[in-house]
Design a protein around this ligand. Structure first.
Ligand code: ADP
Ligand code: MG
Length: 603
């Protein structure tokens, strides 16, 4: 074995370059970090030939005095380490390696002009050999040009990826640093063409950060993503977390920063994923942009050649903070962990409440294709129309005529009924996806709208009770009801005085079918107490209609045949405001195929 020898500086630098400047994007990272450390407000990055031909970073930072230029490219020469214990590192750089390494493996040129200096000075180095600094043209700040990267290390040159891959990597480096420094303007040019341009945004730090994340990660992400802002034991976590639906199949869209340094840390990635738990399928990764601020002495950034990983003095605190804060935020945003898709699905259901197809002849809203179906469909409304919405007892309803072609029904806005769940929810298939209808709420709305229409047309048809019913009430309620006797009669409800603490009911609105009269009258008295004198007559009547309608509706728990379900859907399409029940709750929700695909992570 040959004797041990100290390696010459050139070889040492080339070895270091192998670690620090592994590819063009790494050079960009080092140069942009230097610009940030120099307090630049504006940083421009240029790439030629995927970074092999040219990498140039221009900043408007503090610059270097002519005498410092030679030192800057020396190994282990830095202006950033005030503390020789490496305990309080506050700058992105501190090892003094990057420029030395670049000087060794490329043709490097540095032009720098500190604020207030009359002229810039330039220094050129080629494969480690520098020519003395000389005056040159240049604006305040620094421009570093790296040409022919790795020309001096052919081995490395061989392992470079395609130009396109290097451009992508360069882009990601600029984007990540841009996220962490929203007050700095960034631009990236690839072979002379502008690829990125982030302006510095105004406002406080929070607004700036959010605006920059919007610029980098896209509006769609930034506007939907819940904000996390939490602190524990002097550690602060801030940023945006993607909704579970925005989960991806890789961690590429997780941007994690420690003290504004982009990191690929396993503890942080693991904590982030753990926070989502079963909100995401096992093979999905959340999107996120998270900034962890830790007192510098609590974190060691000197454990990885490109500082991509860090070590925390108290990893438990960091993990606890991340999981706790993210879980809580996701919960507040309505994303509850669940073993089924049900909860997540609800988030995707739409409840726009817009009337479907109202005002057009049967299913016009679906593009007119269903126009010719209106008559066919009407035939199937029979059970509801004839009874004036009051469904008879199950025995009387029979099987009904055969259904028209199912695909034709799907062209209606509320589609073709397929089944009923829990005796109250109708599932219908539409061309666009599926609709879930609350039959009780929907029917209530139909009765209500019908009563209003009847009222406007001169009165609600009544039906006499075979046996007039005596309903006992407290005297105040009796008085209240009798005070509205005329109006109630107009609505189809005929009542008379029956002693001090009861009323006699002789007739009820026909379209209510067979209501529980006592319950109906008591509810009405309650309701009148609330509206008494306050509402104008019309409003009062509508409120009463609503109460009456509620009693006439197909209550939850009533089984419907497919024909009856379809009839209800067609009736809804032809009725104004049928998207909401009288209490303002939606009567149906829709889920598009796209939503369904998203739920199952097919998109
Ligand atoms: P480090 O960043 O670890 O200090 P570098 O080799 O990247 O090591 O840079 C060496 C020194 O050169 C820095 O400490 C700094 O003083 C100076 N320097 C490098 N780039 C710039 C720049 N863009 N503006 C001002 N000074 C710079
Ligand atoms: Mg540096």
């Amino acid at each position: 074995m040959p004797a041990i020898r100290s390696l010459p500086p050139g070889v040492v630098n080339r070895i270091a370059a192998g670690e620090v400047i592994e590819r063009p994007a790494a050079a960009i990272k080092e140069l942009v970090e230097n610009a940030i450390d120099a307090g630049a407000r504006r940083i421009a990055v240029e790439l030629g030939g995927g970074g092999r031909a040219l990498i140039a970073v221009t900043d408007d930072g503090i610059g270097m005095a002519p005498g410092e230029l030679g030192l800057a490219i020396e190994r282990h020469a830095t202006s950033k380490l005030a503390d020789d214990d490496l305990i309080r590192i506050t700058m992105l750089g501190f090892r003094g390696e990057a420029l030395a390494a670049l000087a060794e493996v490329s043709r490097l040129r540095i032009v720098s002009r500190p604020q207030g200096q009359a002229s810039a000075f330039a220094l050129a180095v080629e494969a480690g050999r520098a020519t003395p600094a000389a005056p040159a043209a240049g604006a305040y700040g620094t421009r570093v040009e790296v040409r022919d990267l790795f020309f001096a290390t052919p081995a490395r040159l061989k392992f470079l990826k395609s130009e396109r891959a290097e451009q992508l990597a360069a882009r990601e480096v600029v984007e990540r640093l841009a996220m962490a420094y929203p007050a700095v303007a960034f631009s990236l040019h690839l072979d002379g063409r502008r690829a990125l341009a982030f302006e510095a945004s105004a406002g406080d730090l929070f607004d700036q950060a959010r605006e920059r994340l919007r610029q980098v990660m896209g509006r769609a992400f930034a506007d939907d993503a819940p904000v996390v802002d939490a602190e524990r034991a002097g550690v602060r976590l801030f940023g945006l977390i993607g909704l579970p639906e925005a989960g991806r199949n890789s961690a590429r869209f997780q941007h994690l920063f420690v003290n504004r340094r982009p990191v690929q840390d396993r503890l942080l990635r693991g904590s982030l994923r753990a926070a989502y738990g079963d909100l995401l399928p096992r093979d999905r990764q959340p999107m996120a942009a998270l900034f962890l601020d830790v007192p510098p002495e609590e974190v060691d950034v000197n454990v990885h050649p490109t500082k991509a990983e860090v070590r925390f003095r108290a990893p438990g605190v960091v993990r606890g903070l991340m999981i706790g804060a993210i879980r809580q935020r996701l919960g507040a945003a309505g994303c509850r962990p669940s073993s089924t898709l049900g909860e997540a699905a609800l988030g995707a259901f739409r409840t726009d409440g817009a009337p479907v197809g109202y005002g057009t002849s049967g299913g016009g809203a679906s593009g007119g294709a269903a126009g010719g179906l209106a008559e066919t469909a009407l035939a199937y409304q029979a059970p509801l129309v004839e009874d004036r919405f009051a469904l008879g007892p199950p025995a009387a309803r029979g099987a009904g005529p055969a259904l028209p072609d199912d695909t034709a029904l799907q062209r209606y806005p509320l589609g073709a009924a397929r089944t009923q769940l829990h005796d109250n929810y109708i599932v219908a298939q539409t061309e666009a996806g599926l609709v879930l209808i609350d039959q009780h709420a929907a029917h209530e709305r139909l009765v209500y709208e019908r009563m209003k229409a009847d009222l406007a047309a001169g009165g609600v048809p009544r039906q006499g009770l075979l046996l007039p019913e005596v309903v006992e009430l407290d005297p105040a309620h009796v008085e209240r009801l009798l005070g509205r006797r005329e109006e109630l009669a107009g609505l189809g409800l005929a009542i008379e005085a029956f002693g001090e603490d009861a009323v006699l009911v002789r007739e009820v609105p026909a379209l209510l079918g067979n209501p529980d009269v006592a319950e109906l009258v008591r509810d009405l008295a309650e309701d009148l107490g609330e509206i008494d004198q306050v509402c104008r007559l019309k409003e009062a009547l509508e409120r009463v209609c609503a109460t009456l309608a509620c009693h006439g509706s197909v209550r939850a728990g009533r089984r419907l045949t497919l024909a009856e379900m379809n009839a209800l859907l067609r009736q809804m399409e032809a009725t104004p405001n049928s998207g909401q029940c009288n209490h303002g709750r939606p009567t149906y929700v829709t889920l598009s195929r796209l939503d369904i695909e998203r739920l199952f992570a097919r998109r």
